[in-house]
Design a protein around this ligand. Structure first.
Ligand code: EPZ
Length: 416
């Protein structure tokens, strides 16, 4: 198993270009199933989850051609609605293929999706919404099968603004018969990018205020060429790295207006941020102050995906702070390993209490999921001595090459 080797306790200086967004690319690849032709996606991140999605699409009849970060998806011959268990169990986001397959073929079957061990990940909101649109879903405990004789537009309100359920409803609604009004939908930027891609394919989607979308079903969609936007979570991860380790970095291509909550916390902790033409400049050379209470939530609240990376900066900051995780009920898995490095974090139900003022010590630690793995790499950058982060494959699910990127920021990291 590959690991990341870090020699720590050094500030970061340099510039890195932010990769394409995993959480924009995956739903847009799924949405390409709705188009009976060739969609060309540019700036796709070269990560494991995009590879898994390509294999799933190929297994159901799509022709996929890849040239570096350009992926051509030809869904004209889409034929099979049974998703391969091998990949579905590895990747939670395969659940978002339900909407497009019901829209194109009127049926879909899949085993229960897998994914990171960050807490319960039911799909009840997806099933309830698709059922309201005319799908009949059957769950035999091992897997799920859904069929419909054409989806119909309707008015829906999500009980929780689930990103995946919002994406599934949008993709089911664009070819449905009639109009769908979706309320309390997720407002993460990736929803906007998915709607933008579908609009480029001829879909009719209107944002009708915060958390409200109006979608008029179309008879068919046409192919388009689309550039995947930069990854706000990768940009936020490297911002947290500079916050924790100190230094001055330039995040080229970092998306604007998508990390407001993190940027406000970073400035509270003593960082200076400045947006230049197509980059975010981050400087933290003064002492690091506690941000006080931070709470994750649906966009525009502080993103759950940056909770673990920020914990590392909080552990270095002067003064106690706390992180309340409200999105996933199992997303503090990384705390055990951070405490082995000396973070001293105390868990109290859904809240991590961080005493702060800790100098971390390099250790051999083990990643157990994507964003916790990235947080352990950041901890290695700050720690005295050498850190080895094992199970690097978790990190590779979302980061093209975290070692390459951090070396560009002057870090002493090796992969192996
Ligand atoms: C997406 O996951 C992202 N993944 C996650 O990023 C991200 O953490 C999450 O949204 C929240 O922002 C992709 O976009 C591929 P949810 P998703 O449905 O869609 C509950 C990463 O690190 N829920 O918004 O699975 C669920 O249990 C990944 O890149 C139900 O109860 O997230 C959770 O508590 C991790 N029933 C909450 O909603 C449902 O049917 C948020 O889940 C669906 C969700």
């Amino acid at each position: 198993m590959k690991s990341v080797y870090i020699r720590g306790n050094a500030s970061l200086y340099g510039e890195v270009t932010i990769q394409g967004s995993k959480n924009a690319a995956l739903p847009i690849m799924a949405a390409a199933l709705l188009v009976p032709g060739v969609c060309v996606l540019r700036n796709c991140p070269r990560i494991a989850d995009v590879e898994y999605m390509c294999r799933i699409l190929e297994s159901i009849g799509c022709r996929i051609e890849r040239e570096k970060r350009e992926i051509r998806i030809d869904a004209a011959q889409l034929s099979d609605s049974r998703l391969p268990e091998e990949y579905v169990t590895r990747m939670r986001s395969s659940v978002m293929l339900m909407g497009p397959l019901l829209g194109r073929l009127g049926e879909v079957s899949l085993s229960h999706p897998g994914g990171c061990v960050i807490g319960d990940r039911p799909i009840d909101l997806h099933v309830k919404a698709l059922s309201r649109m005319g799908a009949s879903c059957r769950d035999d405990g091992k897997g799920l099968a859904a069929v419909c004789s054409g989806l119909r537009g309707t008015s829906l309100r999500l009980a929780y603004p689930s990103v995946g359920a919002t994406e599934n409803v949008v993709m089911a609604a664009v070819l449905a018969d009639g109009v769908t009004c979706l309320e309390n939908c997720a407002q993460e930027p990736e929803i906007g990018w998915l709607c933008d891609f579908l609009t480029h394919c001829g879909a009719s989607i209107r944002r009708q205020g915060p958390g409200r979308l109006l979608i008029r079903g179309r008879k068919s969609l046409h192919p388009c060429t689309y550039t995947i936007p930069a990854d706000r979570i990768v940009a936020g991860t490297y911002l947290c790295a500079c916050l924790a380790a100190g230094g001055e970095v330039r995040l080229k291509g970092a998306p604007e207006g998508e990390n407001g909550a993190l940027e406000a916390v970073a400035e509270r902790m003593g960082a200076s941020l400045r947006r230049t033409q197509n980059a975010l400049w981050v400087k933290r050379t003064s002492p690091l102050f506690s941000p006080g209470r931070v709470e994750t939530g649906s966009f525009p609240a502080f993103p759950t995906d940056l909770q673990s990376p920020l914990l590392v900066a909080m552990a270095q900051a002067e003064g106690e702070s706390s992180m309340k995780e409200t999105v996933f009920n199992g997303r503090f898995g990384v705390v055990k390993e951070l405490n082995r490095m000396g973070a001293g974090i105390r868990l109290d139900a859904d809240t991590a209490v961080v005493p702060g003022g800790r100098m971390l010590t390099g250790k051999r630690v083990r990643a157990s999921e994507l964003r916790g793995g990235a947080a352990l790499v950041i901890a290695g950058l700050c720690a005295q001595g050498e850190t080895t982060v094992e199970n690097r494959f978790y990190v590779d699910r979302g980061y093209e090459d975290i070692c390459r990127d951090l070396r560009l920021l002057g870090a002493c990291v090796q992969d192996g």
